[in-house]
Write a protein that binds this ligand. Structure first.
Ligand code: DGL
Length: 265
């Protein structure tokens, strides 16, 4: 089992931000990534559809022998983490991107927190529910930022267009006086520097990449699952639909060359 790959999935290519962090933190681990490009964007889908996709993908990852399932997508974590934990948790650890960030934030003494996410994540109200369960004094304000995913995939960040779009979202009245802003989407780590520049240190800005990577390290160690084999680790990247533009977009999120393979579930 130790030499088996870590299975990671997302609605598409954005989850490569999480895959990249995992592969840098654990260079001896093999990685098997699945991007559900045939069904994206999950942010616009119903809970029921996302749950069905998440089960099909988890079955695929387990058939391929993965030793862990990482839900890199916030929308899928919001819709399907509990379901996947129940269904597969006795076979492999299931990790989502929301719980590790929630644990980190609730350990701070924030009173008012903002969440920027897709429509599916905001509709689930998951950050509010999970943060308030751990810290009943916290106030959580979530905003669906529908334009950001497409904007980032089109390469619009760190420019006039992204500044204008972000200004519109970050001046949302409920975000006034927040002490921390949670970037609750695979794509948003790419605009984190711009958001930090907007707030000029007044608001602490978090994405889930570091906290989920730390959680994976803890689980691998505690369950004695770290790769101790001598074989060179491999990385494979599957998508449910292939276009050249998906392969182009991988560069934005993975910062290294990625060769996509097609896998129809
Ligand atoms: N991966 C999705 C998320 O993190 C964003 C893209 C989509 O809507 O599919 O919520």
């Amino acid at each position: 089992m130790n030499e088996a790959p870590i299975g990671i999935f997302d609605s598409g290519i954005g989850g490569l931000t999480v895959a990249s962090s995992i592969s840098k933190a654990f260079p001896k681990e093999s990685i098997l990534y699945f991007g559900d490009t045939a069904h994206l964007p999950y942010g616009e889908k119903s809970i029921e559809s996302i749950q069905k996709f998440a089960i099909d993908i988890s079955d695929f990852l387990l058939e391929k022998g993965c030793k862990m399932i990482v839900i890199a997508c916030n929308s899928a974590s919001a819709a399907a983490y509990e379901l996947l934990s129940e269904k597969y948790g006795d076979r492999v650890p299931v990790v989502d991107v929301i719980s590790p960030l929630v644990e980190l934030i609730s350990s701070k003494s924030y009173k008012k927190v903002g969440v920027l996410a897709t429509k599916a994540t905001v509709r689930s109200d998951v950050y509010s529910k999970k943060l308030m369960a751990l810290n009943p004094d916290i106030e959580v304000f979530s905003l669906a930022a529908g334009l950001l995913v497409t904007m980032i995939e089109e390469g619009f960040f760190n420019n006039d267009i992204s500044h204008a779009v972000l200004h519109k979202y970050l001046t949302y009245p409920d975000f006034e006086d927040i002490e921390a802003l949670l970037l609750a989407c695979t794509h948003y780590p790419l605009i984190k520097p711009e958001i930090e520049a907007f707030y000029k240190g007044r608001v602490a800005v978090y994405d889930s990449v570091d906290s989920v990577t730390a959680k994976i390290g803890k689980i691998l160690t505690e369950n004695k699952l770290l790769n101790d084999g001598k074989e060179e680790p491999f990385k494979r990247f599957f998508v449910s639909d292939y276009t050249d533009s998906f392969e182009q977009t991988t560069k934005i999120f993975y910062q290294d060359k990625v060769q996509l393979e097609i896998a129809v579930l």
